[in-house]
Design a protein around this ligand. Structure first.
Ligand SMILES: O=C1NC[C@H](CO)[C@@H](O)[C@@H]1O
Length: 434
């Protein structure tokens, strides 16, 4: 049996297709393989997919099915989803949370994840599940420190001091109590049995990869050797722990690349050369990183796209050096005029998406280790509810988590030109699968 694995003595037979090729996404040198073919990711970020699947409360199962059908129709084959959130007092975090306190889980929200995974299986789609967050919008590492250090969970949207936030949040990696709780949660999710279809997650090829966290960083831009060493050890040991629990699935870090590695290429390479990390990830945020000024698009476009191309290409070259696939699993740009209004145009964003898609397609067609993309993020039928565009509990979920204006980076079901572009390029990537 392909991919047979032993966990706790019981043989875990990996499901195989009639052709005897593993259903699980695997890594073959610098490419993904699935069902006997190379596999490219034409994906969407859909952080709230599990929330929509919940049987009660925030759940909207009819909407979830509609969103997945819409994505499938565009040729989207993968979604990247938040699997775990922590209840927190930080104002710009999602409510409710899958974890209400150490070891206290919201079974309804976790059943939402079950429903999402089952619905994805019906559509032959795969999912990357991230198990923590460096940022505040789902509680994340800062909330663990509030639980186990007793330090206040300070929302950087309130303090406006992201440098201080990042330096403090990185204390998570070396906090033994926080790590014990985090590993307990990892075990709870990885060894979960789907309450909708009875399948153990470990044996479900719908799951493509477990991801340590969303955008884990070693600290802020001034992180020193000690922080970098702690971060590197944390990635390797946590990834190894997940592989010990689950012999079938890939493990990735959720890193942004150099932007999430204190701009230190050596750190990005050293922290991802461990055999326990199966593929590399990176993210591209020209506006967030100050490369693009959406209020001065003409003046800032050339510089932004040049830096973006360099960022895209240099990380593919790092992947070549490390001999692993790499996925551009987040990228985005705001609407024309830096508007959050769904009626605002998306001409600049469409041009940016087109540049990304074409560069990735070119390098992938050339056999380089770029394995696809996930745009940030699927807004679908979600609509902003408030004049100030900020999210309040009970409002629609959409691509923008609660720490950002609702409409900032979301691709809505009414953004016809963006959806057409996504469909065109998803098809081109799919054509490479042989
Ligand atoms: O993971 C992330 N990366 C960038 C997104 C847009 O700013 C942000 O919402 C999210 O925290």
């Amino acid at each position: 049996l392909a991919m047979a694995g032993m966990v706790g003595g019981a043989a875990q037979a990996a499901p195989v297709s009639a052709a005897g090729k593993s259903e699980f996404v695997s890594v073959k040198k610098t490419h993904f393989a699935r069902k006997g073919k190379t596999y490219y990711i034409a994906g969407a970020n859909f952080w709230y997919g599990g929330y929509l699947g919940s049987p009660s409360g925030v759940g909207e199962r009819a909407r979830l099915r509609k969103e997945l059908d819409a994505m499938k129709a565009l040729g989207i084959n993968n979604v990247r989803v938040l699997a775990v959130s922590e209840k927190t007092e930080m104002s710009s975090a999602v409510r409710p949370a899958t974890t209400n306190g150490p070891g206290k889980y919201d079974e309804d929200l976790l059943a939402g994840l079950d429903f999402l995974v089952d619905e994805l299986g019906k559509r032959d789609m795969t999912v990357v599940l991230y198990l923590n967050n460096f940022w505040q919008w789902s509680g994340g590492m800062t909330q663990y420190l509030n639980w186990f250090e007793g330090t206040p969970a300070l929302d950087p949207n309130v303090t406006r001091d992201y440098d201080d936030y990042m330096a403090k949040t990185a204390r998570f990696y070396a906090n033994k109590d926080a790590q014990k709780e985090y590993r307990g949660t990892i075990k709870k999710i990885v060894q979960r049995v789907n309450t909708i279809n009875g399948k153990p997650y470990r044996d479900d090829p719908v799951i493509m990869s477990w991801q340590l966290a969303n955008e884990p960083r070693p600290g802020n831009g001034k992180a020193g050797d000690k922080e970098k060493a702690i971060y590197t050890t944390w990635i390797a040991e946590t990834a190894q722990y997940i592989h010990e629990l689950d012999k079938n699935h890939l493990v990735s870090s959720g890193s942004e690349g150099l932007a999430g590695s204190a701009q230190d290429a050596k750190l990005f390479m050293a922290s991802h050369s461990t055999k326990h990390i199966d593929y590399l990830t990176y993210h591209l945020w020209p506006k967030n990183w100050g490369w693009f000024d959406s209020k001065k698009p003409v003046e800032s476009w050339d510089g932004a796209i040049a830096k973006s191309r360099d960022y895209l290409n240099s990380h593919i070259d790092i992947a070549k050096t490390l001999g692993k696939p790499i996925v551009l699993e987040e990228f985005g740009l705001d609407r024309d005029g830096a508007s959050f209004d769904i009626k605002a145009g998306t001409s600049i964003r469409d041009r940016f998406y087109g540049e990304i898609f074409e560069l990735v397609q070119r390098r992938a067609a050339n056999g380089d280790p770029i394995a696809g993309w996930n745009f940030w993020a699927w807004g679908g039928a979600g609509r902003a509810a408030n004049a100030d565009y900020w999210w309040k509990q009970g409002n629609d979920f959409m691509g923008d988590p609660p720490q950002e204006e609702q409409g900032l980076y979301s691709v809505f079901d009414s953004d016809a030109s963006s959806l057409a572009l996504i469909k065109e390029h998803a098809g081109k990537l799919r054509a490479l699968q042989k």
